[in-house]
Write a protein that binds this ligand. Structure first.
Ligand SMILES: CSCCC(=O)C(=O)COP(=O)(O)O
Ligand SMILES: [Mg+2]
Length: 234
């Protein structure tokens, strides 16, 4: 019996186009100015330490650190310090009203229904916990954060590594078979299944037209109402 739902964000609750056409360009545009202005603040400075380590650039060569970060944005690298810095930059964007986040109508609807049915809901995304909370606070469907119990990012490990799901299970304190993980990326679901989680692949028409293929023969849903019908009706 499923008691916990763990959901990915991009391609699952939220369109890929919002992340790639709104969030990433916004971070790229404001990165240099943001880091030059905030570089001595503890959280930014610690992230820059990690950028230097990861990139091999000198810590005091800010231009090279910025060039590495811009390259990682272009390549969509899921590097923790980039993700932390992006979250801080997006906060300014949301607070200034530059954009609202996209959440699919069916996702907002079923997150509410599942929460009201007593399921516990969690997020696991490569975006930082701060970025996740911002997405669900400032969504076009309203503030969805009351439905979530907690959030996980790459500080528990990468999404394609089984160890990350083991770490999440430790926090959740439930048997793996009671947890359903939702994602649009089969390799993430493979890693979750390796430690015993139930899984469902989201194949949204807008994000992956025509794709309902899944090598492991797991459930495939076009939206959250199908997840509910396929896996959550007892
Ligand atoms: C949740 S913040 C915006 C998304 C993001 O930065 C990202 O890398 C998306 O990764 P996901 O694991 O949600 O597919
Ligand atoms: Mg995804």
């Amino acid at each position: 019996m499923i008691r916990v739902i763990l959901t990915d964000v991009e391609g699952t609750t939220t369109s890929i186009s919002f992340v790639h056409e709104v969030l990433f360009p916004y971070a790229a545009e404001h990165l240099d100015e943001f880091i030059r202005a905030h570089q001595y603040e503890a959280a930014v400075s610690a992230a820059l330490d990690s950028v230097a380590q990861e990139s091999g650039c000198k810590r005091d060569d800010l231009d090279s650190l910025l060039a590495s970060l811009q390259g990682w944005i272009r390549e969509d690298r899921k590097v923790t310090p980039l993700k932390l810095l992006q979250g801080m930059i997006w906060r300014h964007g949301y607070e200034r009203g530059d954009f609202q986040s996209h959440v699919y109508e069916d996702a907002a609807d079923y997150l509410r229904r599942w929460h009201d049915r007593g399921l516990r809901l969690f997020v696991y995304s490569s975006g930082s916990v701060e970025a996740q909370k911002l997405i669900f606070t400032h969504s076009i469907a309203g503030d969805l954060t009351p439905f979530f119990s907690d959030y996980f990012d790459t500080r528990v490990g990468g999404k394609k590594e089984a160890e990350s799901y083991r770490n999440i299970l430790e926090h959740l304190g439930v048997e793996p078979s009671h947890v359903l993980f939702l994602s649009d990326v089969a390799a993430e679901l493979d890693a979750a299944e390796d430690v015993g989680l139930r899984t469902c692949l989201l194949a949204r028409a807008e994000d992956s037209p025509g794709s309902t293929m899944d090598a492991r023969d797991r459930p495939v849903a076009r939206d959250f109402s199908e997840v509910d019908r396929l896996l959550l009706q007892d």
